[in-house]
Ligand binder design. Structure first.
Ligand code: TEU
Ligand code: CA
Length: 544
């Protein structure tokens, strides 16, 4: 495998509106990020993925872009963006931008033109269809955010297609002009000196609407290869596609370097296991063996071909320690265990803001305190259709995207030090206990555990490139694996429960003297025939 700079990189995701507010208007901004670069440097990450900061009416918090080549005024200006790039560069941190090109905002000039008339030059930038004879929607396709995917537009008497909100009309990727414009825009950003792109729902751009094919459409890989060739292909950038329905086979199509598509993709197989029949508003318990099988499958299948991304959570998902750990008695232990499990695997790890201090889900008592369009739409839709409000609120507590979007906890002052003004969404009330200031003062904090994991990745090639082999594969409480290269054998063992677990260790993993490189309890000196793991205990040891 030809080494790439992003093979041993660790990426930190920032959700700008919730990270840090520099001018006290209640909304995070670019200057706020600049002010925290030293903190990120201390953590050790060398890439930042910025969720969208482009000009936007913010129907979906910036995933609805009205100008790709400008910054939303609430976040700052293009000068602030240039300053952020320069200050990050001084600290050897690259910035990757979120590229949302499946759809735009309905306030994008292309759409404003497109809806004006059927013969407008921009008409075919979007997907328009005639009503059925009785005037009804062209077909029954649904939107990810609830309701149907077709919106009627009075001016021309046709429907346009939107897979997300009706304020996020889908671009028509069958139109070569759309392709050209997007490529131009991508190149413009590359010229600004960015380090790459995270490509939002990119698996939807090859859609064939009339056949109701949305994800993984027939033209998808051709479109991506053309994008690669026209833009980032010749540059040394990190590109990561968001691909909800990718299987390992599909992921290899995207990330095999010979195919000239992306560096890697985000896959979500391990995420949707706690959604009953794929419905996040029907949460179910984690089945650990199933979860392990999913993670193992990706490690094994992308071993020789392609590259994995590693993540537990992001701005769309609940907080990892709430989902798979214990936010009560073992918050710190379980957050560290989860971090070790993820960071000792093969691939490029992504840390979502606040994860590094063990931030948790929030449980607002009232739906009125939620801001996320998806949460609000589904709450309304489901309660109107007979789901009890308490049931729906419980599902929201579990899986609402706002779990990850409450303001970052910097210290124990008002509003968690995020802002001196009332934030755009309420702060999680546990900030006096869980915050950056407290974490930095405590040598045993989750923060220093992440810092150590990131250091180890830079120091030990076995973490980056070593082969992955599961151990205790069918065990229902622990997740163990061994990473191996020419120099090292790294044995990683993680207890996913609050119970003590006694394990009989296979002979080849026993050793009188080991070098423990990380642990969330005392560092082990040896691996004996029997190992007793404490609640959520986790360690990684180099075997002789
Ligand atoms: O997410 C894609 C997406 O499908 C999510 O909305 C996801 O399905 C949902 O949260 C699960 O219920 C991307 C962005 O990450 C998300 O923030 C945007 O809202 C969405 O695309 C539209 O751009
Ligand atoms: Ca602000």
């Amino acid at each position: 495998m030809t080494p790439k700079w992003w093979h041993d990189a660790v990426v930190y995701q920032i959700y700008p509106r919730s990270f840090c507010d520099s001018n006290n208007d209640g909304m995070g901004d670019l200057q706020g990020i600049i002010g925290k670069l030293d903190y990120l440097k201390k953590l050790g990450v060398n890439v930042i993925w910025l969720s969208p900061v482009y000009r936007s009416p913010m129907d979906d918090n910036g995933y609805d872009i009205s100008d790709y080549q400008d910054i939303a005024p609430e976040f700052g200006t293009m000068e602030d963006m240039q300053q952020l790039l320069a200050e990050a560069k001084q600290r050897d941190i690259r910035i990757i931008m979120d590229l949302v090109v499946n759809h735009t905002s309905d306030e994008h000039p292309w759409f404003i033109e497109s809806r004006k008339s059927k013969d407008n030059p921009y008409r075919d930038y979007y997907i328009w269809r005639q009503p059925k004879e009785d005037g009804s929607v062209p077909d029954d396709q649904g939107s990810v955010f609830g309701g149907g995917a077709w919106e009627f537009d009075e001016t021309t008497g046709e429907y346009f297609y939107h897979i997300f909100s009706k304020r996020q009309p889908d671009l028509n990727w069958e139109n070569p002009k759309v392709q050209e414009e997007v490529h131009k825009m991508i190149n413009w950003w590359i010229d600004q000196g960015i380090g790459g792109f995270r490509l939002d729902v990119i698996d939807l751009i090859g859609k064939e609407i009339d056949k109701k094919i949305t994800g993984n459409g027939p033209r998808l890989h051709q479109l991506i290869q053309e994008m690669n060739q026209a833009t980032f292909g010749k540059k040394d950038l990190l590109t990561v596609g968001e691909t909800w329905d990718a299987t390992p086979e599909i992921a290899k199509l995207y990330s095999n370097p010979a195919r000239n598509e992306f560096s890697m993709v985000f896959q979500f197989e391990h995420i949707s296991l706690t959604w009953k029949y794929g419905d996040k508003w029907n949460p179910i318990d984690l089945d650990l063996p199933q979860f392990k099988r999913a993670l193992t499958k990706w490690q094994v299948e992308l071993a020789e071909e392609g590259w994995n991304s590693l993540f537990w959570n992001n701005h769309d998902l609940p907080r990892v320690v709430s989902k798979y750990g214990d936010v009560g008695r073992y918050r710190v232990e379980s957050a560290k265990m989860l971090a070790t499990t993820m960071h000792m695997m093969k691939g490029t790890p992504y840390v979502y803001q606040g994860e590094e201090i063990g931030m948790t889900n929030v449980a607002f008592d009232s739906i009125d305190d939620y801001r996320d369009i998806e949460t609000l739409n589904f709450y309304k839709e489901r309660t109107e259709n007979g789901v009890a409000p308490e049931t729906m609120l419980a599902a929201v507590h579990e899986n609402s995207r706002d779990n990850a979007r409450t303001p970052m906890h910097w210290d124990k002052t008002d509003n968690a030090g995020f802002s001196q003004a009332q934030p755009w969404i309420k702060v999680n009330p546990n900030y006096p206990e869980i915050n950056v200031e407290a974490a930095l003062e405590d040598q045993n904090s989750v923060f220093y555990h992440y810092q150590k994991l990131i250091e180890l990745r830079k120091a030990l090639p076995v973490i980056v490139y070593g082969d992955f082999e599961p151990v205790f594969e069918d065990h229902d409480k622990v997740f163990g694996y061994v990473r191996t290269d020419e120099q090292h054998r790294l044995f990683v063992l993680n207890n996913f429960t609050s119970e003590e677990v006694v394990l009989n260790i296979p002979v080849e993993l026993q050793a009188a003297n080991v070098e423990c490189i990380i642990s969330n309890y005392d560092y082990r000196q040896q691996i004996e025939e029997t190992v007793t793991l404490k609640p959520y205990e986790s360690f990684a040891v180099l075997l002789p």
